[in-house]
Design a protein around this ligand. Structure first.
Ligand SMILES: [Zn+2]
Length: 383
C-alpha cells in the first residue's frame, strides 16, 4: 500500500508487485472488503498507512490477513519516535462523510455523543508567513471615547497572549524549523472625531495616512501589522458584512508607491465588541467586558497575519499562490473554530498565562494536529 517510489521500483523489479494508492489508480482501500482477492498474496507491505485510517484499525488488519496466502507475511511500518505520545488523528470518528465544499473536500463527523465535528485542516499554499513579527495598536477616535484602563488592559493582554509559550505551542506547527517572536510597538491613540462606521477602504486610507504623516515608524513594515481598534459604538464593515451582523474584525494589506518604491502596509480592524442594547450586538460579544472581546479579536487577527499575511493579494489576483495557511474552503486559522463551535464560549476562553497567575482572554486557533480548536498545550504537537 503506497510504498515510496524508491523501494517500490526495486520491489517491482524483483517480484510480481503492485504499488497501490488510496487517492489514485491503482486504487486500494484496505478498510473495504475485497473477497475476489482473498488468499492470493505472499506479502503485503503497509508503509506508514495504518496510523491514518479510520478506526477501528482491526478492520484493516483483518482484511490484510484475509488477502494473504496461508503463511503469507504482512509488513507494517508506523511513523514513531521513542519520545512520542499517542496522538490519534481521527479519534472520534463515528458517523462521518467527506463532502465537497468550495474547491475541496471536508470531513464532517457526528461523534458518538451526538456533537458535530468538521475537519477542514489548514494547508500551506506557499505564501508569506511571519514567524517574527511586530504589531502596533492604534486606537481610533479621541481620548474622550476611551477609558484609559481599556487601552492598558488591551495592550497588556494581547502582548501576553502573543508571547505565551503554551499558546504558541499550538501555532508552531505552522512554522516548521523556525521560532516565533512577537514584539509590540508602543500603542498610538489618535485624536479625531469618532468614526460612525468604517469599511475596508476607510481602514486602508487610515493606515496610509498614518504612514504619510509619519505617525508610524517606516522600518520593518513587511513584518509589522497595524491594528486599528475601533472605539465603542463604531460599526465595522467589509463589503456586505457588518459588525451589526457578526463581523468582529479582519486583517489585510494595501500596497502603496512612495518615492518610486512599493511598500506594503499590513493592518487589522477590530470592533469594540459589546451589546449596544439588550438585543443589538456590535461585533462578537462573548466575554462580559468589551476590552476582553477586543483582545480575543486581536489574537485572532494577529495569528492570521502571521500564518496568512497576503490573503488580500490572493483574493485580488485570484491566485492561491499568495496564500499562507488556509483550509481548502478558504478559512484561516482563526475562522474555523468560530464557524464550527456549538457555542462560542467553547473557543473564547480566559487562560492563565504561562508561568504567571494572570488571565488572558483569547480565542483558540485551529490546530491541524487535533483537527479543531486547541487551547494552551504544554508541548508542541508531533509531526
Ligand atoms: Zn479570520
Amino acid at each position: 500500500m503506497s510504498d515510496q517510489p524508491g523501494y517500490a521500483r526495486i520491489l517491482a523489479d524483483k517480484f510480481d508487485y503492485t504499488n497501490t494508492y488510496y487517492d489514485r489508480e491503482p486504487r486500494f482501500d484496505f478498510t473495504a472488503a475485497h473477497p475476489e482477492a482473498y488468499g492470493s498474496y505472499d506479502f503485503i507491505l503497509s508503509a506508514d498507512v495504518i496510523e491514518h485510517i479510520a478506526p477501528p484499525v482491526e478492520r484493516a488488519l483483518e482484511e490484510a490477513c484475509r488477502l494473504l496466502k496461508p503463511h503469507g507475511i504482512l509488513g507494517i511500518t508506523v511513523f514513531c519516535h521513542p519520545s512520542d505520545q499517542l496522538r490519534e488523528h481521527f479519534p472520534d470518528l463515528s458517523q462521518y462523510r467527506v463532502v465537497p465544499l468550495g474547491d475541496g473536500m471536508v470531513l464532517i463527523n457526528r461523534r458518538a455523543d451526538g456533537t458535530l465535528e468538521i475537519c477542514d485542516d489548514l494547508i500551506f499554499h506557499g505564501g508569506k508567513t511571519v514567524p517574527q513579527m511586530e504589531f502596533q495598536n492604534v486606537y481610533l477616535g479621541s481620548a474622550a471615547d476611551w477609558a484609559a484602563s481599556d487601552i492598558t488592559f488591551i495592550d497588556r493582554a494581547i502582548t501576553l497572549a502573543m508571547r505565551d509559550k503554551r499558546m504558541n505551542n499550538v501555532m508552531v506547527q505552522y512554522f516548521p524549523g523556525t521560532s516565533l517572536a512577537c514584539d509590540p510597538r508602543p500603542s498610538l491613540a489618535l485624536d479625531e472625531t469618532k468614526p460612525t462606521q468604517l469599511d475596508e477602504p476607510d481602514v486602508q486610507a487610515t493606515v496610509i495616512a498614518l504612514y504619510d504623516s509619519g505617525q508610524i515608524k517606516k522600518t520593518s513594515l513587511g513584518s509589522t501589522i497595524f491594528n486599528l481598534v475601533l472605539p465603542p459604538g463604531t460599526i465595522l464593515r467589509l463589503g456586505a458584512s457588518s459588525s451589526l451582523h457578526g463581523l468582529g474584525g479582519y486583517h489585510g494589506s494595501v500596497h502603496i508607491n512612495r518615492g518610486g518604491k512599493r511598500r506594503t502596509l499590513y493592518y487589522s480592524a477590530n470592533v469594540y465588541s459589546q451589546m449596544l442594547s439588550a438585543t443589538k450586538e456590535n461585533g462578537i460579544t462573548v466575554f462580559n467586558k468589551p476590552w476582553k472581546n477586543v483582545v480575543a479579536t486581536l489574537y485572532h487577527e494577529l495569528n492570521e497575519f502571521r500564518t496568512d499575511a497576503d490573503v488580500n493579494d490572493a483574493i485580488q489576483t485570484g491566485s492561491n499562490d499568495a496564500l499562507g495557511w488556509t483550509s481548502r474552503a478558504g478559512q484561516e486559522c482563526g475562522d474555523q473554530p468560530i464557524f464550527a463551535a456549538q457555542s462560542l464560549s467553547l473557543v473564547f476562553k480566559e487562560v492563565t498565562a504561562t508561568g504567571s497567575t494572570k488571565k488572558i482572554p483569547l480565542q483558540f486557533m485551529y490546530s491541524n494536529a487535533v483537527h479543531g480548536a486547541e487551547g494552551p498545550i504544554a508541548q508542541p504537537p508531533l509531526g
